[in-house]
Structures are given as C-alpha cells and as structure tokens.
Design a protein around this ligand. Structure first.
Ligand code: BLA
Length: 534
C-alpha cells in the first residue's frame, strides 16, 4: 500500500552506498597510508604501508598486498604513484603502463590511485588494480575510433543529435548490447532520449522511468564521479580486511571497484541485465543525465583504456550540452513568439470577429503552447479545439476565473471545486485530458468569456518503462518483482496521478500575455462601436 511504498522509497534514499565495506571482484583494492611510527613522512616511499586490502589481494598480487605490507615491496612504481597522489597535486592518477604483479608472473594490472582526505591527518590513498585484459579482440582500437565520434558530437546541431552521436559512439567503443542516453526532468524522472542497441532487442527509446529508480544519494555521487562499471550483476562482494582501518567506515565514493547497492543489483537482474555501465552527463554542476549501458548475454568488462575513452566522451558531451540545450530552449521561445505574432496579426485583420480569427485559420490559439486542447469563449459563444474537458468543467472554470487566471499542472489539487463539477467515475475522464490547465478570463465581451489550454495526465501521455502496457517490461523468471521497473512504476504512478507536465515560465507568459492582448483588442472594439453609435 501507499505507506509501505513511501517507506521503501525512503529506505532506498538513505542506503549508505558510499561505504559498502566491500568491492567488486574484478580487481583488487588497497588502502595505503603512512606507517604509524613515521606518520609525518609521506614523501618516503619506505613509509607507505598497506592498511587494508580486499580479500585475496595477497594471493593474487604478492605477499605485501595485505594489511601491514610495505607498498614498495609490492612494486616501486606503485609506491611512486601513491606518493605522488598523497603529497598534493592531482587527487587521482594512473600508471602509464600496466604493472606486472607479481614480477615474472606475466599478469599485468592497470593501477589507479586517488586521495582520501582525512580531517587533521595525513591523507590516505586508495590504490586499485585491475587486470589488463578485455579488448584484445576489438577490431579497431579506441584511439582510432575517438576522432570520428568527436567530430559527430561537435557537428550535432541539437540535443537529439548530440544524444544520438553519444549512444552510437559509446556503443561502438565499448561493445555493450544496448547504450542509452537518459535525461532527467525537473522532478528527476528520466527519459530515454537516444538508443543504440543489438538489432534483436526490444527498443527502450522514448520510455520514461520514475525518479526513485536512481535515488538521490546515487545522483549526488554520480555528480562527482563520472563512470560506474558493474561487469557482472551476479557477483559476490569481496570484503576489505580489515573493513575499517581508520576506525571509521571507509569512503569508497570514488573507488572504481566500489561494491554496488544490492538493491540496484537485484533491479538489474530483474531486468535481465548481466553487466551495466553508466557515465554521468553534467550541465554545469547539475547531473543532466546518464549514458546507460546494458549487456544481456553475460559479463562484460571493457578495458580500463576503453572506459577512460568512454568517460572522455561523456565529459566532452557535457561541455557541449549548455549550447545545445540553450539552442533548444531558444527554439521553443521563438516558436511561441512566432505563433503569438501570427495570432495578433489575424486578430488585427478582423477585430470584430475574434472567435473566427483565432480558431478558423491555418494557425489557431491551440498552437500557442504545447497542449492537448484549447477552449475559447467570446461573447458567450464557445469554440473547442482538440481534447477538452466536458461542459460542466468549463462552466465551473468560468466561475473560478472571476478571481483571475488559473495556472496549474494538477486541476484536482489546485481547483477542487472545478474538478468536482463532474461527479463520480467521470472525473477520471477529466484528468485524462485536463490535469494541466492554463486559463484566463477575457474582457470586453460577456461575463464568463475565457481562453484556456489543457494538458493531459502525464501517465497517459507518455510510455513509462514499467507500464504494464509497455512491451519493455522485463523481469527475469523468479525475480523479486518489488525491485523491477514495473513495481517502481506502480509505486510512482500513485504519486503523479492527476498531474500533467508543468507549464514552463515562457509558456505561461505567452498564454497569459496573449489573453491580455485579446482582452485589450476586444475592449478597443467596444470603444470603437460605442464611438460609431454616438
Ligand atoms: C543506481 N539505477 C542506478 C543506476 C541506473 C539506474 C542507471 C546507475 C548504476 C548503473 O550504472 O547501473 C536505473 N538503469 C536505470 C534505469 C534504466 C537503466 C531507470 O538502464 C532504464 C532503462 N532502484 C530502484 C529502486 C531503488 C533503487 C526502487 O529501482 C531503491 C530501493 C536503487 N539504483 C538504486 C541505487 C543505486 C541505483 C541504490 C545506486 C547503485 C550504486 O551506485 O551503488
């Protein structure tokens, strides 16, 4: 029920995903700090000791890769990498070439280190090692693919083209079965803007997902940390030994190997996703969206260099976003201004026949703002365009407008007496077409004259990824349905019933501005006829 759902959602948002105390098994993580008896000598390679390591590190890498081990005994390059990160400068660094561990084994690892600041103490360094493997079979190496992808991004004339270029570029580069560009709206619901996928897969393009699928603390983290990889969604977490070398839970926010929320892993398995990767898309310092990648057939782990190239594409696209987004917003404003200009012209040509001028020509009032339908009542005569609510609602709306314009994305919530005009079961039909209402009284004719625009309930207008009517609902047999797109859709749909997409400020301004203009024109017309009469 509703209370249970709200509690589950709150639980999601407080899950401590930064401090799991464990890592994923596709690498090894070492926490390195200055030796206790030489706490002030981080510059000395000798002073660097391992304080904690993921289980199994010593067996794989060498005896020094466990708590108490001296880092230089493991590899001098690693000690140098850690020292450079510990002693200021870059907060994160990688070795240029993979390191062979243990020496002579033929096993090579990419190493990445990042600084973990501590209040009043020397910082620690988190050192992660991941086997150099994965893309040997790739037909074209990443550095030969990047230039063409970058050109495509640079040439993109719109947000849609940018998203398209990213989806195909990241898929070519990483080989995932499906790559989506996912955009957040103002309420943090998401929409799949662009998609490149294996031919035989169901399309997810255009689907929306509720905000709860990516909870707030995860979004906060993704605004700081650009790329997450889960090479297999069915892994067993590997604990750190000891789990709290500093006496506190260890912050793994920036660790590549951070073990992922079990809740999210279940969600992925319920969707049939065997491997997942996501890259942040930032608009300034706001998380704008994600590049979300799925693999279905089995584990998938693009190499560290390939992931770095994919992250680079995400960062580059983020730099290009403000221009593309700005252009899109400008186009909306310009389009509204053009329609408003044409309507004003039509009205000026036949000021004595506003109803005909605004509803009969190639452009009508309904086109002024994106809507499902519009109503215009002039001198007591009503004209309906598109999908509009029943007559009772329009009459109740007339009464409501005596107090001034109405701007709402939920008629049920903000004007209950208008909503109540249609009793009983029929009310659902009202929300279906008129959850959103933008309406103003019109002066100079009869009382009750108005102009109004209506927007449908958002639930009906778009296809939600968990909507049972969508064919993209996927649940693994025997999966826990409480953590599936379908369930989160059901939970969320309760919270947005009877709600439409909100009216943007420039839309409100265009509509109410035009309503004022219409009133002025009608009042002038009254004056003119009065003058002629006298
Ligand atoms: C994380 N949820 C995520 C991530 C994505 C999604 C992309 C980022 C991690 C990753 O790269 O896999 C959601 N993935 C989607 C969606 C699509 C997709 C919507 O491909 C659509 C096609 N998730 C839930 C519920 C909870 C939840 C109900 O559905 C909470 C109970 C939690 N999601 C959740 C958490 C994370 C997450 C906690 C963070 C995982 C982590 O980084 O540890």
């Amino acid at each position: 029920d509703a209370a249970e759902l709200a509690a589950a959602e709150a639980a999601c948002a407080v899950e401590p995903i930064r401090v799991p105390g464990s890592v994923q098994p596709h690498g090894h993580l070492l926490v390195v700090g200055p030796r206790a008896d030489e706490p002030d000598e981080p510059d000395e390679l000798d002073g660097l000791v391992v304080l904690s390591a993921s289980a199994g590190s010593a067996q794989a890498l060498g005896a020094a890769a466990q708590a108490g081990g001296r880092l230089p005994d493991l590899a001098v390059q690693l000690a140098e990498l850690v020292r450079s990160v510990a002693s200021g400068g870059e907060a994160q660094a990688t070795t240029t070439d993979p390191v062979e561990l243990p020496p002579g084994s033929g096993r090579r690892y990419h190493a990445v280190a990042h600084r973990l600041p501590r209040a009043g103490r020397e910082p620690l360094v988190v050192l992660e090692l991941e086997a150099a493997a994965g893309d040997e079979g790739a037909a074209t190496p990443w550095h030969l693919q990047l230039p063409a992808v970058l050109r495509r991004l640079q040439d993109a004339g719109s947000v849609a083209e940018l998203a398209e270029g990213l989806a195909t570029g990241v898929r070519e580069l990483t080989g995932f079965d499906r790559v989506m560009v996912y955009r957040f709206d103002a309420e943090w619901n998401g929409e799949v803007l662009a998609e490149d996928r294996r031919e035989d897969l169901e399309p997810f393009l255009g689907l929306r997902y509720p905000a709860s699928d990516i909870p707030a603390q995860a979004r906060d983290l993704y605004a700081r940390q650009w790329l997450r990889i889960i090479p297999t969604s069915s892994y067993a977490p590997v604990p750190l030994e000891p789990p709290q070398p500093t006496g506190e839970p260890l912050d793994l926010s920036l660790a590549v190997l951070r073990s992922v929320s079990p809740v999210h892993l279940q969600y992925l398995r319920n969707m049939g996703v065997a491997a997942s990767m996501s890259i942040s898309l930032m608009h300034g310092d706001r998380l704008w969206g994600l590049i979300a990648c799925h693999h279905y057939a089995g584990p998938h782990r693009p190499s560290v260099p390939v992931r770095t190239a994919a992250e680079f594409l995400g960062r580059t696209a983020s730099l290009l976003l403000p221009v593309a987004v700005g252009r899109e917003a400008d186009q909306d404003v310009v389009a509204a201004a053009r329609v408003r200009g044409r309507l004003t012209e039509l009205l000026a040509t036949t000021p004595d026949m506003p109803l005909e001028a605004l509803t009969r020509e190639e452009v009508t009032v309904a086109e002024l703002v994106p809507c499902g339908g519009a109503a215009l009542r002039v001198h007591g005569e009503l004209r309906l365009l598109g999908a509009t609510p029943p007559a009772e609602v329009l009459s109740a709306l007339q009464a409501h407008l005596a107090a001034g314009p109405l701007v709402t994305s939920s008629l049920a919530a903000s004007a209950p007496e208008v909503a109540a005009a249609v009793p009983g079961a029929d009310a659902d039909e009202v929300w279906a077409v008129a959850s959103g209402v933008l309406a103003a009284p019109v002066a100079g004719g009869q009382p009750g004259d108005l102009v109004a625009w209506f927007r449908p309930e958002v639930l009906r207008e778009v296809t939600w990824g968990g909507d049972p009517r969508s064919n993209a609902v996927v649940s693994a047999p025997g999966g826990d349905l409480r953590l599936s797109p379908r369930h989160s859709f059901a939970a969320w749909s309760e919270t947005v019933r009877r709600t439409a997409v909100a009216w943007a400020p420039h839309e409100v301004e265009a509509a109410l501005g035009f309503a004022r203009h219409l009133s002025d024109s009608m009042l002038r017309e009254v004056e003119r006829t009065n003058r002629l009469a006298t």
